[in-house]
Design a protein around this ligand. Structure first.
Ligand code: AMP
Ligand code: MG
Length: 649
């Protein structure tokens, strides 16, 4: 481990850190060196509240378990010497003593030679007896005697005092994580409370003028605070006690007051946002005033997560996570969880890993350790890991991914076909029953809803029509939803199929012009006239679609070579087009009818697009595929599609 060099003065230190981006390993090593070793505070907790905590002391058994010699069966306490000669042909008669020993009954009578005492499982063996004979191996004789037809050895069916846990024995060692088994051992010894490592109290603050807490109304340009909730949950998951202090605006004085206040009680402080070193980024400046040694790393060669800031202020870790939720989550898990768990006395996380092949080339930035979230599907030879690339701002990638892979800092790509290790988010891989790879449509969710409710897992991976076709050809999915127009034949989809794939008709989607209701340039016109009106008004701004989108082909045909204002604004989804028009960043664009209607916009129908499925013939008979085809043809799905504005084929 590297020790942090003592800085000559604060400003030189700050300058050095601003210029120097550390490798992930170096940053973590410096952070840990500044924090450990240290004594962990402990606290006493009742057994029921100790689950998951690390024991802070060795525990020695205070009593014997069981505390007395105990019968293991229902039967009779006997003297083995009386029965040493008993056998099938030589029954031995024993007279019963006048008591029955139940659980919790202390015996009063001695077992004398030639006698036996009825005893229940768990009953204390009485004085004089040295073995128990099972009731099944006896016959009643007279009213108060039994016949035994088997020899009995000394100690038979007796658990001796201390045979489970002996008084004075080391029961549990400090550092043991308390689970239900440990709680059982402690309870058996009568221990009601234990000393455990105290949960580190971790204050959480989100920063940003734009943040609103979930539950509140969302004004224009505001977003919900995601990091507050996700970081607090991850702290609790890793042995800490999160204290969420809300979101603080980007105001130096208020933020400093909140940070100082948090550090009075908390053992650790985690902020998010404000690390991109822009004008509004204050937290790292404040950290310099909060305690020694201050900032240890500002800028780590991680992707996502470069602007991570690690500091120690008078012994307490202070961390600023990047603002984008996915970046915040990755850096938290990779760089903060190891430290948090050490502070909680917990061992490092043992994440489950599997090996999988990447089907496509993954480009990566040289010099940064890159984490790529992936969805796993079953391939012909083992698991396939699809990168779920939505960018570091996307929170859903987290929910839909099964885990992540790492591209090392020294690689600038991971070639297609590479076999690599995938760290799972949950302990088990759940390979989905139905895999749909291609173009995504909200109509698809309406068809698969029934499958999900019937317990089938459906994984839909949006890679566009062409990506889906490629996956289908490689046999990595069951179905590839496509909407590909062929210029030569002027038909949809069928010309794109190859051997091994067959077409399953899906539904039609009406593409058309969206505009704000009441806009005279569009209201009441057909698509061609509306576009002509838009082109003749220089103040009119359009929103386009990305190259390769089916919608883009339609727009380009309508524009006939014109490049009006807004042409280079090329979002990648139907919803983004509607949002741009609704929020007045553009006046018109092309999207599908259901999306235009959901956004409350005007819509001029233009062309009906065919959204169909390329089915991998070899997978046709899989139960989940059959269930999908059934659902697709069902009255419910057709009705739901129609309600949403689609026209089932
Ligand atoms: P910043 O580092 O503050 O410039 O934030 C980078 C990006 O992350 C911006 O788009 C922020 O709006 C976003 N962001 C910052 N904090 C949060 C948060 N708590 N929840 C969701 N998004 C956030
Ligand atoms: Mg911010």
């Amino acid at each position: 481990m590297t020790m942090i060099p003592k800085p000559p003065n604060r400003s030189a230190l700050e300058q050095e850190q601003f210029l120097k981006i550390l490798s992930r390993e170096e940053a973590l090593a410096r952070f840990e060196a500044a924090l450990f070793p240290r004594a962990l505070p402990s606290e006493t907790r009742k057994l029921g509240a100790a689950i998951g905590a690390a024991l802070a002391e060795d525990i020695t058994a205070p009593i014997d378990v069981p505390p007395f010699d105990r019968s293991n069966v229902d039967g009779f306490a006997v003297r083995s010497a009386d029965l040493s000669a008993a056998g099938e042909g030589a029954p031995r008669r024993l007279t019963l003593n006048g008591e029955t020993i139940h659980c919790g009954t202390a015996p009063a009578l001695q077992v004398a030679a030639g006698t036996a005492t009825p005893i229940a499982t768990g009953g204390p063996v009485p004085r004089g007896a040295d073995a128990v004979v099972m009731v099944e191996h006896t016959q009643p004789a007279d009213l108060d005697a039994i016949d035994v037809r088997r020899a009995v050895s000394p100690g038979q069916f007796v658990s001796y005092a201390g045979s489970d846990i002996a008084r004075g024995e080391a029961l549990l060692r400090a550092g043991t994580i308390i689970g239900s088994r440990e709680i059982g051992m402690l309870a058996a010894c009568g221990i009601a409370e234990v000393k455990v490592a105290r949960k580190p109290r971790v204050a959480v603050i989100s920063t940003g003028d734009e943040l609103v807490q979930p539950g509140g109304a969302l004004p224009p340009a505001a977003i919900y605070d995601t990091n507050g909730a996700i970081v607090a949950a991850a702290i609790d998951e890793n042995g800490g006690e999160a204290i969420f202090l809300g979101a603080i605006a980007d105001d130096e004085a208020r933020l400093e007051a909140a940070m100082r206040g948090a550090l009075v009680d908390a053992d650790m402080l985690v902020l998010s946002g404000g690390t991109s070193k822009g004008a509004g980024d204050l937290s790292h400046r404040i950290i310099g005033r909060l305690g020694q040694p201050g900032i240890i790393a500002h800028g780590v060669a991680l992707k996502p997560g470069k602007p991570l800031c690690l500091a120690v202020c008078d012994g307490k870790p202070v961390v600023i996570l990047p603002g984008f939720p996915t970046s915040a989550m990755f850096t938290f898990h990779d760089m903060i969880v190891p430290v948090l768990r050490k502070l909680a006395g917990l061992p490092p996380r043992s994440d489950a890993k599997v090996s999988a092949t990447v089907p496509v080339r993954i480009a990566s930035e040289l010099g940064r350790t890159e984490f790529v979230m992936v969805s796993l599907v079953a391939g012909k030879h083992g698991l396939i890991a699809y990168p779920s690339g939505k960018g570091s701002g996307a929170i859903t990638s987290f929910a839909q991914a099964d885990g992540f892979l790492r591209v090392e800092a020294l690689a600038d790509q991971m070639p297609a076909g590479t076999e690599t290790e995938v760290t799972l988010f949950t302990p088990h891989v759940r390979v989905p029953d139905l895999v749909v790879v291609g173009s995504h449509c909200t109509g698809l969710d309406l068809v698969t809803a029934g499958l999900a409710h019937a317990g089938l897992t459906v994984r839909s991976i949006a890679v566009g029509s062409l990506g889906g076709l490629a996956a289908a050809k490689r046999g990595e999915c069951d179905l590839a939803p496509i909407h590909l127009f062929d210029d030569r034949s002027e038909t949809y989809n069928t010309p794109y199929l190859v051997d091994g794939l067959e077409l399953v008709p899906g539904w039609r989607r009406m593409q058309g012009i969206v505009f704000r209701k009441g806009d005279r340039r569009f209201e009441g016109f057909g698509a061609k006239e509306a576009v002509a009106a838009a082109l003749s008004d220089p103040a009119c701004i359009m929103v386009n679609r990305n190259q390769g989108a089916g919608t883009r082909i339609l727009i380009d045909r309508l524009l006939g070579g014109a490049r009006p204002e807004g042409y280079w604004n090329q979002p990648r989804s139907h919803n983004a087009v509607a949002a741009a028009v609704a929020q007045r960043r553009a006046d018109w664009g092309m999207t599908i009818a259901p999306v235009a209607h959901a956004a409350g916009l005007g819509f001029i129908p233009h062309a009906e697009e065919h959204y169909d499925f390329a089915l991998v013939t070899a997978r046709k008979d899989r139960p989940a595929v059959r269930a999908f085809l059934e659902a697709l043809g069902s009255d419910e799905a057709r009705a739901a599609l129609e309600r949403a504005g689609f026209r089932p084929a």
